[in-house]
Write a protein that binds this ligand. Sequence first.
Ligand code: G4P
Length: 526
Amino acid sequence: MNLSKEIQKRRTFGIISHPDAGKTTLTEKLLLFGGAIKTAGAVKSNKIDTHAKSDWMEIEKQRGISVATSVMGFEYRDVKINLLDTPGHQDFAEDTYRTLTAVDSVIMVIDCVKGVEVQTEKLMEVCRMRNTPVICFINKLDREGRDPYELLDEVEEKLNIQVRPLSWPISMGKTFKGVYNLYEKSLNLFTPSQRKLSDEHIAIEDLSEQKLEDLVGRTNADQLREDVELIEGVYPELNKEDYLSGKVAPVFFGSAVNNFGVKEMLDTFIDIAPAPKARTTEEREVDPEEDKFSGFVFKIHANMDPNHRNRIAFLRICSGKFERNKPYKHVRGTKPLRFSNVTSFMAQDKEIIDEAFPGDIVGLYDTGNLKIGDSITEGEKLNFKGIPSFSPEIFREVINKDAMKTKQLDKGLKQLMEEGVAQLFTFDIGSRKVVGTVGQLQFEVIQFRLKNEYNATVEFSPLNLYKACWISSTDKKQLDEFVRSKNRHIAKDKEGKLVFMAESKAWLQMVQDNYPDIDFHFTSEF
Ligand code: G4P
């Protein structure tokens, strides 16, 4: 077995978008190309049915079903592609952020009518933390969308990344003619179809050829000539290194639902997207080609079915070869762990596997030993970095309604937090416990699960908090002084790190101005 060969043939990535931009549709088309599914419409995505958007039990059921599709492996042009799905529902955004720590690159889908939307901006911030390479797919060209130049400017501005179009649309909406591939110098004419798999490309080396006019009409041909001249003048050639370091995003235009422009993007993705790279740990950098296995847990999925209480931990393999049944070191724990029930995710079928390589994601059946961020190795003490917590948006205080069940409550809260359902902050004063989430739904989830799984009864009382800021300082005396003077607003996160609970944006700004030696961070890793 040649480890290096296995690594080089892998591409592990995620598709991100604001809900409804077309992530699910694009995923499905990619699976069609990979032969992982046979017909369109076969992907039951993790998208939550509209009617269930506020019904979390229903959502959990659907999320349960979606475990199988949360990692989709397939082969295309001899490359093993691992596509990590991310929850579409905004309330589970934290899940998405964490999933992004396990990918090597992303494809970002943007709706050409709506442009860059809020969720896309947030996700891009997360990508930037690790300089994750991004390819943009501007979708829904069959609709009357915004001017392509305007869209590109918006991407550059709002997402703070340079762009380089690799294809260019010829008209849009009802009069959409197709795209010109600037890289291959070929024309791809648009025919609406959900089922076709191959696009026919017509080579047009020289845009002044009469052939172009015959195919798209005089006006469109002239416009394209003008556009291409402008693009080649304005945007420098794509430099692969700039893409790989997250500075420049190649952009494609297409229509996912019509499977148009998708193959071009996929082919380029195969050519330029990074194979698994080295990863940083607190101790040192880990190269995927090291022969000793290492990996980290980035997601835990609890089974809502009371008869099957086990959980699935998702492990990203970072180096060496992972083998079933081999005893491994659980870096945070004391006991070695051996996994006999290891799942790989090939499209919709889960299958038991014996070995896996860097870039692969395996599902480990876990009875409560593992938590998000845990590192597993062949013996060395390594702690993978880059799995931070983000400041929640909604905060509520936990009110214990049954004092007899305090122990159960503490245990339940601890386990749910380890699964990443929400974040717990404990105030220094009075040990008040505050749960922070990205969405409302989690509170219902927590309340229900505490009752059902731990027999603890809680209520949540709303708190007016703006952000949780992790604090640090090079000046220990200053930090101690700050903690003392603001003690009513100081809490600890689950790892015991100091957090300043800011009540409003203005107040936080004032405190920041008053304490220039204290650093305020919106994520737990800095
Ligand atoms: P998401 O996962 O990002 O949330 O988006 P999803 O793929 O579910 O797409 C959202 C809607 O946009 C779907 O319509 C989908 O059919 C549509 N869509 C995706 N790609 C294109 C495209 O290229 N052109 C056009 N015109 N529409 C596109 P829906 O009505 O919500 O669902 P459905 O009933 O069509 O499945």
